[in-house]
Design a protein. Structure first.
Length: 362
């Protein structure tokens, strides 16, 4: 699917884009720079940052397809010792190009540059002109490096799917299977449910299950995530804020699904699942379920929040002998599942749970 820029403009105006037509400033001029020209370019360290050797090493060999234009301020000869071409944005690219050995002719090939032509006002002093040109350069440097929007994880995945990166393809496949979408990534159906807090949703697929990349493990992973989504829909699918899937809450419910299936047995397994389906949304909406738990260990903290609420309600209703999940069952869930993350995320609290379980057993 593709659209023209005209179609996009019409669409975003309908969505509320209301910037009045108009423009200001002077357009930059494009040039190809030869190696000799790049050698003579300067950097004004009054506003420029130092090059990071670690970062520039990470770029590897010069890729001409990725060599987008650097931005240059061209100060005329009236600036004497501080005249010449100054790199405003892209000194890393110029160093990489220079080091590459590429020989451009400066007409149809070379290091691409966009030139900001500076002027010199003879009616003003040298210092006034110099301060002005520095201000113009620093302003452009600031704008270029703060207005740029870093790619989101969804942006990256969208591009990686086209490239054929296996993990991105798997994530898109699971989202299509579950009929989920985030910023046009995933399902394209009209019924697709939107994912919020995508980072935590991403962890569901990349961190919470066996991350081996063979086909069998991908099938197992997909099946377990589908089971987690089925439980999420039973709990939150029909409630007022269930029109969107909160990634952090979804991750917690997937972890809850695993705890029920892998850690519990017999009657308590059935009782706890029934309570979660019937009562969890009444106790917590998606945001409240995970409130205060935004870290990587969020599902573990949330699991114990759910267990605590379940235990309170069971005890209030049934009193002594209620089917609760206490120390002994928690330790057993940890042991029979082999899942270390079923332990309480607070190490000291887990030690108390284990000690209490051992005491009751002994």
């Amino acid at each position: 699917m593709s659209r023209t820029i005209e179609q996009i403009l019409v669409d975003i105006k309908a969505q509320g884009y209301n910037q009045l037509p108009g423009f200001h400033g002077k357009q930059l001029k494009f040039e190809f720079a030869t190696r000799e020209k790049v050698l003579s370019n300067k950097v004004d360290e009054q506003y420029q940052r130092m090059i990071s050797v670690v970062k520039i090493n990470s770029y590897g060999e010069c890729d001409l397809e990725l060599l987008i234009p650097t931005v240059i301020s061209r100060r005329p000869s009236e600036y004497d010792d501080v005249a010449g071409d100054y790199v405003i944005d892209g000194q890393n690219k110029e160093v990489i190009y220079l080091n590459s050995g590429h020989q451009g002719d400066g007409k149809t090939s070379g290091c691409p540059e966009m030139i900001m032509e500076q002027t010199y006002d003879a009616s003003k002093t040298f210092e006034e002109n110099y301060r002005y040109v520095l201000k113009q350069e620093a302003k452009l440097f600031y704008s270029l490096n703060t207005i740029k929007k870093k790619l989101t994880k969804v942006d990256e995945l969208r591009a990686e799917v086209i490239i054929g990166e296996p993990l991105a393809v798997e994530i898109e496949s699971i989202m299509k299977q579950l009929d989920l979408v985030c910023d046009r990534f995933g399902s394209s159906s009209k019924t697709a449910r939107e994912v919020k807090s995508f980072a935590q949703f991403y962890y569901v697929i990349t961190a919470d299950y066996n991350n081996e990349k063979n086909q069998l493990q991908q099938i197992i992973r997909s099946t377990k995530i589908s089971a987690g989504y089925s439980l999420w829909k039973k709990i939150y699918g029909e409630v007022p804020n269930g029109e969107k899937l909160h990634g952090t809450a979804f991750r917690a419910i997937c972890f809850l699904r695993r705890f029920i299936d892998e850690g519990l047995t017999n009657g308590i397994q059935e009782k706890f699942e029934e309570w979660c389906i019937s009562n969890l949304a009444k106790q917590f909406n998606q945001e409240k379920l995970v409130k205060g738990f935004g870290s990587f260990d969020s599902p573990r903290w949330t699991l114990y929040r759910i267990i605590s609420k379940y235990n309170d309600e069971m005890s209030n209703v049934s009193g002594k002998g209620a089917p609760t999940i206490q120390a002994g069952r928690l330790l057993k869930a940890f042991q029979i599942s082999g899942e270390k993350r079923f332990a309480h995320p607070d190490e000291e609290e887990w030690k108390k749970i284990v000690a209490k379980a051992e005491k009751e057993k002994g």
